[in-house]
Ligand binder design. Structure first.
Ligand code: ASP
Length: 335
């Protein structure tokens, strides 16, 4: 039987019908799981740890780094890992862990649910069973198992507040389709790992993020910001006729703050060569985030800033897939 370490970190799955979190002494939580889903005990030899119990909206970089550290420390002792996580920021944690654990060589399956396990009509049961099944398969991927898909963490986003199919990887086919059988993508687990040396000690999220709308007033990045992430329109366009936007970009350039541009559209990504506006943004020093989701972009920037990397390190990071994240045509890094 495969040995699986299940790390419960909080979120809806473990809540009781009263809305309270489940009792989280690790032994008690394992009992709770096995009481609700006894078949888990037949699928694998499960160990449970509860590193923290938080609504995922309250997570801080330290929580995510601690998870990565725990999984790495336990890698020799387990065949695979299941992380139960709230859905709200699951895609961000999955992006960070996808980079931090790219070279782990073992499955890390992140799951959660829209309804608590203790509810009769809940997606928690099937998500857990599927997650444990995937974690037993030895595939070296960090991915989110939710509804009928397993998707790569560094390409994932939450797209629904209430549907059981809450997550998608808009720019990357799923790693697996989960139905009567689990159909794996033929190249699952095969991607080039090229996370730079030194990444992983710190996650510095002093990033000024902007989601513009027509008519928005642009102000300078606040003191203390170490980078700017702009979720621009379409292929990466911004109203470059606006003096306040130009002042913001010029100020960032003078302060040596990396400025990364991603798209407000989940499908497709940024191509700064596509329009004159994009070319102007690039000429002012902005870096294309290509097909990175906002979560993967934030994770990558935070990890580069955590190594004290500046504009050039960030530019390099967005030019290459660190851990199988989708890249614009021509830049795919496949094993
Ligand atoms: N607010 C919850 C969380 O992210 C939502 C969920 O788990 O679905 O922790």
């Amino acid at each position: 039987m495969r040995t699986i370490l299940l790390l419960h970190t909080g979120g809806t799955l473990g809540m009781m019908p009263s809305g309270e979190p489940a009792s989280l002494a690790p032994g008690r939580f394992l009992d709770h799981l096995l009481e609700q889903v006894p078949e888990l005990g037949q699928m694998a030899k499960l160990s449970v740890e509860v590193p923290f119990n938080q609504d995922s909206s309250c997570l801080e970089p330290e929580h995510i780094l601690a998870l990565a550290t725990r999984v790495r420390a336990a890698a020799q002792d387990f065949d695979g890992f299941v992380i139960i996580h709230g859905t709200d920021t699951m895609a961000f944690t999955a992006s960070c862990l996808g980079f931090l654990l790219a070279d782990l060589g073992k499955p890390v399956v992140i799951t959660g649910s829209q309804r608590p396990l203790a509810f009769v009509r809940s997606d928690a049961r099937s998500n857990l069973v599927n997650a444990v099944d995937l974690a037993c398969r030895g595939i070296p991927e960090v991915g989110i198992c939710f509804g009928t898909h397993w998707i790569r963490g560094v390409a994932a986003d939450k797209l629904s507040v209430h549907q059981f199919e809450a997550f998608q990887s808009p720019n990357l086919p799923p790693l697996a389709e989960i139905g009567a059988e689990i159909r794996l993508r033929p190249d699952v687990g095969q991607f080039v790992r090229q996370v730079p040396e030194g990444v992983g000690e710190r996650l510095d999220l002093a990033i000024h993020t902007l989601t513009p709308h027509p008519g928005m007033a642009w102000s300078l990045a606040p003191a203390g910001a170490r980078a700017v992430l702009i979720q621009a329109f379409g292929a990466g366009n911004l109203p470059m006729g606006r003096a306040d936007l130009r002042a913001m970009l010029e100020d960032a350039r003078q302060r040596r703050l990396p400025v990364v541009v991603i798209s407000q559209c989940p499908y497709g990504g940024v191509d700064l060569s596509a329009y004159e506006l994009g070319r102007q943004i690039e000429a002012m020093g902005a870096i294309s985030g290509g097909l990175h989701t906002r979560w993967a972009a934030l994770a990558k920037m935070g990890l580069v800033l955590g190594t004290d990397g500046g504009i050039e390190a960030v530019r390099e990071a967005f030019g290459v897939a660190w851990a199988g994240e989708p890249m614009p045509e021509g830049a795919w890094a496949q094993a």
